[in-house]
Design a protein around this ligand. Structure first.
Ligand SMILES: Nc1ncnc2c1ncn2[C@@H]1O[C@H](COP(=O)(O)OP(=O)(O)OP(=O)(O)O)[C@@H](O)[C@H]1O
Ligand SMILES: Nc1ccn([C@H]2C[C@H](O)[C@@H](COP(=O)(O)O)O2)c(=O)n1
Length: 208
C-alpha cells in the first residue's frame, strides 16, 4: 500500500504524514527533504542553483541518503547528519530553484522509487508523478495566513515576511504542485493536527 499526501508549503504535509504513518505503523517519506538537502549542498559549496550539472556531480561524488525512520526522516551525507540544517529561511529561499531542475527531480524520484512499499509519502507530486499508482491520495491546503501563523513559530522572520515567502514559494512550486485528480482535498485550517490526522485515517484501512 502507498499513501500520498501532497499540498502547498506549510499546509501540514510532514506532520500529518508522520502522524498517519505512526498510527498505521508504516514508514513515512518526506520528498521535500531531498530537495532541501540538494539546495543545502549547493549553498554550502557555492554551486549554481540554475544549472543541474555541477550540483548533480557533487551529489553523485558524495551521495545523500534519506532514512525514513519511524521517529522521523533523517538525511545523511557520508557521516554528516544534514537533517537539522534543512528547515531554514536560507534553504527555503533556494530550494524552489533547485526543484525546477528536471535532472534534480529525476535524482529525487530515483531515490523515492527505490523505497519498498508500504509507506506514506508526502510532497508536491507524489500522487501525480512519482506514485500515480498509489491506492490512497490526499491533497492538503490552508490559507496563506493560517500557514504563515504556523510557520512563523519555526522561523526567525516576522509573520508578514513568512506569509510573503510562502506565497512566493507556492508560485515557484506551482508547476509540480497540481493535485492528483483522484486525491481527496483536506483544508487543514478547519481543524487541529490531531483532527486532520483522524480525517485522513478515516479513509484508510485499519492497521491489521
Ligand atoms: N491542522 C493543523 N493545525 C495546527 N497546526 C498544524 C496543523 N498541521 C500542521 N501544523 C503545524 O504547522 C507547522 C507546519 O507543518 P508541516 O511542517 O507539517 O507542513 P509542511 O506542509 O510539511 O511544510 P513544508 O511544505 O514547508 O515542508 C508545524 O509546526 C505543524 O505542527
Ligand atoms: N515532491 C516535491 C517535494 C518538494 N518539492 C519542492 C517544493 C518545495 O519548495 C521544496 C521543499 O519542500 P517542502 O519541504 O517545503 O515540502 O521542494 C517539490 O518540488 N516536489
Amino acid at each position: 500500500m502507498i499513501v500520498t499526501i501532497d499540498g502547498v508549503a506549510a499546509s501540514g504535509k510532514s506532520s500529518v504524514a508522520s502522524g498517519v504513518a505512526r498510527r498505521l505503523q508504516l514508514p513515512y517519506v518526506s520528498s521535500g527533504l531531498l530537495y532541501r538537502a540538494a539546495a543545502l549542498v549547493a549553498l554550502d559549496e557555492g554551486l549554481p542553483t540554475d544549472r543541474a550539472e555541477p550540483l548533480l556531480a557533487s551529489l553523485e561524488a558524495q551521495p545523500v541518503e534519506l532514512r525514513p525512520l519511524p521517529e522521523g526522516n533523517e538525511v545523511w551525507r557520508g557521516s554528516q547528519d544534514l537533517t537539522e540544517r534543512l528547515h531554514t529561511s536560507e534553504v527555503d529561499g533556494s530550494v524552489s530553484a533547485v526543484a525546477q531542475l528536471q535532472p534534480l527531480r529525476e535524482w529525487v524520484n530515483d531515490h523515492l522509487r527505490q523505497l519498498p512499499p508500504p509507506f506514506v509519502a508526502e510532497g508536491r507530486d507524489m500522487g501525480t508523478n512519482v506514485f500515480p499508482q498509489a491506492e490512497y491520495k490526499f491533497y492538503l491546503t490552508a490559507s496563506p495566513r493560517v500557514r504563515a501563523e504556523r510557520r512563523v513559530q519555526e522561523r526567525t522572520a516576522d509573520l508578514e515576511s513568512v506569509e510573503a515567502a510562502l506565497v512566493l514559494r507556492d508560485a515557484r512550486d506551482a508547476r509540480q504542485s497540481a493535485p492528483a485528480p483522484d486525491a481527496r482535498h483536506i483544508d487543514t485550517g478547519l481543524g487541529n493536527l490531531e483532527q486532520v490526522i483522524a480525517k485522513v485515517l478515516s479513509y484508510l484501512p485499519d492497521p491489521a
